[in-house]
Write a protein that binds this ligand. Structure first.
Ligand code: BTN
Length: 322
């Protein structure tokens, strides 16, 4: 599969015969592999007499390109890139020798995970699926607000590719015109009171077909529509790695208070009436009053001000569930 992708990555047409010769397999075997990629979500053009090519705007991940365009980093970057994997978060969670600065990217996830046990749709080649590992020494309490800071890192990385108006929905969804364009999932392993490892998973929609959108369980958007042109996945991946490292170093030093004001500037729900779903599956109604210096959501309700921490809550706008 990797060899076939290497042939297609130039975006030019390649005939089944030529691909078969280069791979040392029959035309029928080539067709079977292409069909499998298409079933996994890869958008391909096929033209009689010319062959197959990646649909315009589809750029495949290139680890050499991603690493070479990184500016000098304060620590070594270790990057794994997979054509297909279960979940980039799972890949990093399963590694034992991790430190900080380990990143993992994939073109496709067979078991992409979202927050609150949801599935993260991960069609082949269409979007960005990235995970990062970072070790913290002071336990889970020191991580308060981290997922909000990561949301800001994603906003910055996207903002470096093109200008578009993004907003953040507590704790860390990125919205464009009220629809979800990216999400963040933090998974923590190790000692909650001491040394622990955080896996930060980020999914950014780059280009979703109508069919792919139809299986997402909430209103969604992609960067191509938000920006009005194709965004380079490799450039976005480099920017994201840089922004994440910068954010994590700063977060370790200064904690969430250093990010609170900027987060407020992107807050999609400040001053809005919302329904909040608690971990116990109860619904509360109130007005969003932003976040405190721990990153906890402040909700003004009939019973007074309520504070939520830890990302156990999801917000549902009354008319437009996001
Ligand atoms: C959300 O529900 O908003 C969080 C989505 C996080 C998806 C990303 S894609 C890369 C990483 N690997 C996963 O399995 N999930 C995260």
């Amino acid at each position: 599969m990797d060899a076939l992708l290497d042939i297609l990555r130039d975006g030019e047409f390649h005939s089944g015969d030529v691909i078969g010769e280069r791979l040392g397999v029959t035309r029928a075997a080539v067709w079977k592999q292409l069909k499998r990629l298409q079933e996994q979500g890869l958008e391909l053009d096929s033209v009689k007499g010319r062959g197959y090519r990646l649909a315009p705007g589809t750029e495949l991940l290139d680890s050499a390109q991603i690493l070479s365009s990184l500016k000098p980093m304060p620590l070594p970057i270790d990057l794994d890139v997979y054509a297909s994997t279960d979940s980039t978060n799972q890949r990093l969670l399963s590694r034992t020798e991790l430190g900080r600065g380990n990143f993992c990217l994939a073109e496709h996830q067979t078991a992409g995970r979202g927050r609150r046990g949801r599935v993260w749709q991960s069609p082949f080649g269409a979007n960005l699926y990235l995970s990062a590992a970072w070790d913290f020494r002071e336990g889970a309490a020191a991580l308060e607000g981290l997922s909000l800071a990561v949301g800001l890192a994603v906003v910055h990385a996207i903002g470096r590719q093109a200008s578009t108006r993004l907003q953040l929905k507590w704790p860390n969804d990125l919205l464009w015109e009220g629809r979800k364009i990216a999400g963040v999932l933090l998974e923590i392993s190790g000692d909650p009171a001491g040394e622990c490892r955080v896996i930060i998973g980020i999914g950014i929609n780059l280009r979703l077909t109508a069919r792919q959108r139809s299986v997402v369980d909430q209103p969604c958007a992609d960067l191509t529509e938000a920006v009005g042109t194709f965004v380079s996945k490799n450039r976005l991946a480099s920017a994201l790695i840089e922004e994440l490292v910068q954010t994590l170093v700063r977060f370790e030093r200064d904690g969430f208070p250093a990010f609170a004001d900027e987060w407020a500037a992107y807050d999609a729900f400040r001053g809005k009436e919302v329904r909040v779903q608690t971990a116990a599956n109860q619904w509360l109604v109130g007005t969003c009053r932003g976040v405190d210096h721990h990153g906890a959501l402040q909700l003004s309700t009939a019973e007074g001000m309520i504070s939520y921490r830890g990302g156990e809550v999801s917000l549902r706008g009354a008319e437009n569930d996001t």
